[in-house]
Design a protein around this ligand. Structure first.
Ligand code: ADP
Ligand code: MG
Length: 266
């Protein structure tokens, strides 16, 4: 894992120096419903540098999830190109896409998508089972990933025995365990209360500080304020792409809130 906190990286402007991990050129996606064509994405040109923390914003139906599906190699564009970590993926077969996805992408969803019969530990190990990693190494890596999200003490709990925020933290650990190049999060706090959302944003900011690239979809300007850069969509097009000069640090907010309540922050 890359460390952005070393002197030379910190001295450089982050966007200019780091190589692009995501690069799209005139990316288009149409859905076909009978005779109707739904242009969900129209000529999207985006570059994301390694280590960025980007919010993708826009109203419902503006193409955010369609973009995430393409960036996450879950779907192919109708036209245009996508280069992921230097690899041109837009022309790949479904099987090739699945391989790239397993190697490069960690997903976090609004609904957590954990397997209910498995413990937190087993859920986190699952992506490593698919990659054929031996069980001792799986256990060790899942244990580390759970520690990174502050859930070591809940490893043997099943999802129903965990709160929504804890379940999302298990899902974050599962996204991290393969050491992906990018974490893609589609409305990760969409079904959580505001305090729990703040905790999730703190964890994502902490991972980002360790060099992990995060692209997060939200329609909530409050959530986007924790990101470094905001890309706004409307009708399948990018209408604004700007750095967030006032990135809010979730940990500081949590500390303030908890000082008032005399609680301890992780
Ligand atoms: P958002 O995530 O911003 O709400 P989506 O990417 O889900 O937007 O949708 C963009 C547009 O594409 C919308 O008009 C939506 O109705 C349409 N759309 C999304 N998925 C499909 C699909 N599988 N089939 C047909 N139309 C779709
Ligand atoms: Mg969506």
């Amino acid at each position: 894992m890359e460390n952005r906190e070393n002197g030379s990286a910190a001295a450089r402007p982050a966007r200019a120096a780091a190589p692009a991990i995501i690069r799209t050129h005139n990316l288009c996606k149409n859905y076909y419903l009978g005779r109707n064509v739904v242009p969900a994405l129209r000529n999207v040109n985006i570059e994301v540098a390694r280590g960025e923390f980007v919010a993708v914003m826009g109203p419902s139906g503006s193409g955010k999830s369609t973009l995430m599906n393409l960036l996450g190699c879950l779907d192919r564009p109708t036209s245009g190109s996508y280069i992921l970590d230097g690899i041109p993926v837009s022309q790949m077969s479904t099987n090739e896409l699945a391989d790239i996805r397993n190697q490069k992408i960690g997903f976090i969803f609004q609904g957590f998508n954990l397997l209910p019969r498995m413990t937190a530990q087993e859920n986190v190990e699952l992506p490593l089972v698919y990659s054929g990693i031996p069980s001792a190494e799986r256990r060790q890596r899942a244990t580390q990933a759970l520690a990174m999200v502050g859930l070591s003490s809940r490893a043997s709990h099943r999802p129903t025995e965990l709160s929504g925020g804890q379940q999302q933290r298990v899902a974050i650990a599962r996204a991290l365990v393969t050491q992906p190049a990018i974490v893609l999060a589609d409305e990760p706090t969409g079904s959580l209360d505001s305090h729990t959302s703040l905790e999730i944003m703190m964890i994502l900011q902490r991972l980002n500080a360790r060099g992990i690239t995060v692209v997060l979809v939200t329609h909530d300007a409050g959530i986007a304020s924790y990101c470094q850069r905001q890309i706004k969509f409307r009708d399948g097009m990018v209408i604004q792409d700007s750095m967030n000069q006032n990135q809010v640090m979730a940990r500081e907010q949590l500390l303030q809130q908890n000082q008032q309540k005399k609680q301890v922050v992780l």
